[in-house]
Design a protein around this ligand. Structure first.
Ligand SMILES: [Zn+2]
Length: 248
């Protein structure tokens, strides 16, 4: 999906009471952000869930943009240790442009302005990967990123909104790609998680090709009927206002 750009891969742009945070700036983030009139120099932080290219390819240009080409030392980068280690995803010369780099670890929490976020459980994925639970003054929401299914994901309970990466249609490698790594969530995994975690709203994103072919909006409709939770399939450029969580 990323190679074809059938769907954009620029990540999530959060605006939480004026604190702007970018999560997982994948390929095309700078193009998508500028096209949508989002202002990188307003960002307070960039968070990488993990170092895979579809989540991190534009991190260097977004640091450059956040800091106005290094003119304004500003903003922080949060990433797992292995994104910063022997094969770092961020150029060393850009690190000085930042106010700081913080290493994500399991069970820790972090703050950005008046927002806090936690990384309760390391995901199961070929590289060190975390999901996040964000807390604002009024809302709590979670991102479950790239992972295979495991019971530890139940630690993401208590969020009003769950944003969840769903790559596979079924819980096994597709017949045409038998060697595809399966450290990703499938539609049945996501159904189970939504039933257990009971958010008010779930947003599905990060679709693999087979999910796309199966029409994510139809999958979301079916999951809404089967779980009783409002399930939305993300679209490029979609905005979700957290105030929607307050209605009913
Ligand atoms: Zn990944």
């Amino acid at each position: 999906m990323v190679i074809s750009q059938i769907l954009a891969s620029g990540g999530l742009w959060l605006n939480l009471g004026g604190t702007e945070i970018l999560v997982d700036p994948g390929p095309g983030c700078i193009v998508q952000a500028t096209k949508r009139k989002l202002k990188p120099d307003k960002l307070s932080a960039i968070i990488l869930s993990h170092c895979h290219l579809d989540h991190s390819a534009d991190v260097n240009i977004m640091v450059e943009a956040m800091t106005q080409g290094g003119l304004k030392r500003h903003g922080r980068l949060f990433a797992p240790a292995d994104a910063l280690g022997s094969e770092p995803v961020i150029f060393s010369y850009l690190r000085d442009y930042l106010d700081g780099i913080e290493v994500l670890q399991e069970g820790k929490s972090y703050s950005v302005g008046n927002i806090s976020f936690a990384t309760p459980v390391r995901h199961i994925h070929p590289v060190e990967t975390y999901g996040m639970v964000f807390r604002t003054a009024r809302h709590t929401f979670s991102c479950i990123t790239d992972t295979r299914y495991f019971d530890g994901l139940y630690q993401y309970s208590g969020s009003e909104l769950l944003i969840i990466n769903v790559v596979f249609l079924e819980h096994r490698a597709p017949a045409d790609h038998p060697r595809m790594p399966v450290d990703h969530l499938s539609v049945p995994d996501v159904e189970r998680l939504i039933k257990e975690l009971k958010p008010k709203v779930a947003i599905l994103t990060h679709f693999g090709m087979n999910v796309w072919r199966a029409k994510p909006w139809e999958i979301a409709q079916r999951l809404t009927e089967e779980t009783g939770v409002k399930v939305i399939a993300a679209r490029d450029g979609m905005r979700f206002d957290l105030a929607q969580l307050d209605d009913g």
